[in-house]
Design a protein around this ligand. Structure first.
Ligand SMILES: NC(=O)c1ccc[n+]([C@@H]2O[C@H](COP(=O)([O-])OP(=O)(O)OC[C@H]3O[C@@H](n4cnc5c(N)ncnc54)[C@H](OP(=O)(O)O)[C@@H]3O)[C@@H](O)[C@H]2O)c1
Length: 301
């Protein structure tokens, strides 16, 4: 089997690529950066620029499955321009993949696309995949537009799976690269009440879910989160305990977070308690169910 990955050079994509290669899959990837074409050992890189409608169709040669991870980061400042880019980088990537598969008259065995738990509203409630919502905030609008564009791919694959990914815990980047440094300098504290739920997932479990989904022909919409979400207070405390640092300062009040981060404060203040039951019912076994076990495995320094 040959897998084509978009966004392969990112945090999640690199781990998935290595796992696929180790299991004997062949891997092609599409990158928006010509400099990165030879950046993943053992994989063949091809150039694309979804914004300009440019794609090297050789990337699809012999491909059976596609993993779609492309999208510009949401962590940078949400200017009007960057907000457009957050949406466009996802929607136009899905559109150009669709047009390429139509032009080449290819029907794949499987497409697995990233989405995000940003689909769900800010709430203390425990949500699963069958709960549906009208978008109330920017991230919900992004995810709904993204998933709509991905759903168009349904005619070009036997199985289409959308994974709503939680906060990815890794030692190489992502959310911990923002949270850990202040804790190390004893400035760590939660935002707002700290009672907001954080639905996280260890990078290794997430990559395994992608492989499991290919090998078991999963389809539909499935949450990719660990079984035990925790509150932000508990998350900060667990990291501080692990790093052997005290929490000296009180939580940063809501109004301060909103003053500094405006609309983007939802990244720090919103609560999402998301169910992992569906992927578990499909037979997937998590290695890391408990946050403390996940961080000690990652050996964060
Ligand atoms: N990390 C998380 O906690 C998390 C949580 C939920 C959902 N997700 C989603 O999962 C996907 C992968 O996440 P990640 O953490 O691996 O992200 P990442 O490290 O930022 O990697 C994303 C990749 O997307 C590509 N990309 C960037 N801008 C692009 C554009 N304008 N058009 C097309 N491709 C572009 C880049 O690859 P090239 O430079 O090679 O083109 C980049 O390496 C993202 O869509 C993200 O929104 C991540």
């Amino acid at each position: 089997m040959k897998i084509l990955i978009t966004g392969a050079t990112g945090l999640i994509g690199r781990v998935i690529s290595i796992k696929l290669l180790n299991k004997g899959y062949r891997v092609n990837f599409l990158t928006t950066s010509k400099k990165k074409i030879n950046s993943i050992d053992g994989c063949n890189g091809f150039y694309w620029d979804p914004q300009k409608g440019v794609i090297d169709l050789n990337a699809f040669d012999g491909v059976t499955h596609l993993i779609n991870l492309a999208g510009t980061s949401i962590s940078r400042r949400w200017t009007k321009k960057h907000k457009n880019k957050i949406i466009e980088s996802r929607v136009l990537s899905a559109n150009i993949i669709y047009n390429s598969l139509i032009d080449l008259q290819i029907k794949l065995k499987g497409i697995i696309s990233a989405s995000a738990i940003g689909y769900y509203p800010n709430s203390e409630k425990y949500f699963n995949e069958s709960d549906s919502f009208l978008p109330e905030n920017f991230l919900q609008r992004v995810v709904q537009k993204w998933e709509k564009a991905i759903t168009e791919l349904e005619t070009q694959t036997q199985n289409l799976l959308i994974l709503r990914i939680g906060l990815v815990i890794s030692s190489k980047g992502g959310i911990l690269s923002y949270i850990v440094p202040p804790i190390k300098f004893c400035f760590g504290s939660a935002f707002g009440s700290g009672n907001q739920w954080q639905s996280w997932i260890h990078i290794d479990d997430l990559a395994e879910i992608f492989l499991y989904s290919i090998e078991n022909s999963l389809s539909g919409i499935i949450n990719a989160v660990a079984p035990c979400p925790i509150t932000q207070n508990k998350l900060i405390k667990s990291l501080a305990n692990y790093l052997n640092r005290p929490i000296i300062f009180p939580n940063i009040p809501n109004f301060v977070v909103k003053f500094f981060f405006n609309e983007r404060s939802q990244l720090f203040l919103d609560s999402q308690k998301i169910s992992s039951k569906k992927i578990e019912k499909k037979g997937f076994k998590f290695k890391f169910k408990i946050f403390e076990n996940a961080i000690s495995d990652l050996k964060i320094k």
